[in-house]
Design a protein around this ligand. Structure first.
Ligand SMILES: C[S@@+](CC[C@H](N)C(=O)[O-])C[C@H]1O[C@@H](n2cnc3c(N)ncnc32)[C@H](O)[C@@H]1O
Length: 196
């Protein structure tokens, strides 16, 4: 993303946080428990939404974003381990976590199927995957516009794709989806899934 993007990221998201995102994050993460892994942590926008009792390990591949996340964690006095790392190659043993979380992350992970398979691998059997993602809508011409805009958008927005089909990718990675809810005319997707 680079240092400038990392510094303006929270500002750019602030109106969306105020209208809906923060509420969706809180509702989703109320279900996090035990040892929790979050991938694509960014500047740590989810930090204030976790219940107090979780043991959070968060990974982010961009050093500038991670620096912002560390500042936020210090400000909120949030106990967590923040590490530089890629969702496609998780440095953890199989079954190491009770819950895995992704928030607006799999739009940007270059190979989302690989990343989601890694997330599944590090969850224990019965462990839950909680995700809030923006996705391609199911109706035209908006879906077409998202696909057409993506090549340019991903160049200016740190690799973000507007045309991902994340629900299908979660299923392809082997998760059993328990809840899939769409918000904002289908742009936002909330998924709760289990590693059987
Ligand atoms: C749109 S931001 C979302 C940040 C934050 N999770 C949020 O909810 O605001 C996408 C994040 O995914 C990260 N990312 C990109 N490639 C990744 C990868 N291979 N593995 C994990 N995260 C990745 C980016 O660096 C960026 O911080």
């Amino acid at each position: 993303m680079g240092s400038f993007c990392a510094q303006v990221y929270d500002l750019a998201l602030a109106p969306f946080e105020a209208v809906r995102l923060t509420g969706l994050r809180k509702r989703l993460l109320a279900g996090a428990a035990g040892r929790v892994l979050e991938v694509g942590f960014g500047t740590g926008a989810t930090l204030g939404a976790y219940p107090g009792h979780v043991e959070l390990v968060a990974l982010e591949p961009d050093a500038a974003m991670l620096r912002q996340a560390r500042k936020r964690a210090a400000r909120l006095k949030a106990p967590c381990r923040l590490l530089l790392g890629d969702a496609q190659h998780l440095p953890f043993r199989d079954g190491a976590f009770d819950t895995a979380v992704a928030s607006l992350a799999f739009c940007t992970v270059p190979d989302p199927l690989r990343g989601l398979r890694e997330v599944r691998r590090v969850l224990r059997p019965g462990g839950r995957f909680l995700a809030l993602e923006h996705v391609q809508v199911s109706y035209q011409p908006v879906a077409w516009l998202q696909a057409v805009a993506t090549p340019l958008w991903k160049r200016v927005a740190g690799g973000c794709h507007l045309d991902r089909h994340t629900l299908e990718t979660v299923q392809a990675a082997g998760f059993t989806v328990q809840v899939a809810r769409h918000h904002w005319l289908g742009f936002l997707l909330v998924v709760e899934a289990v590693r059987m």
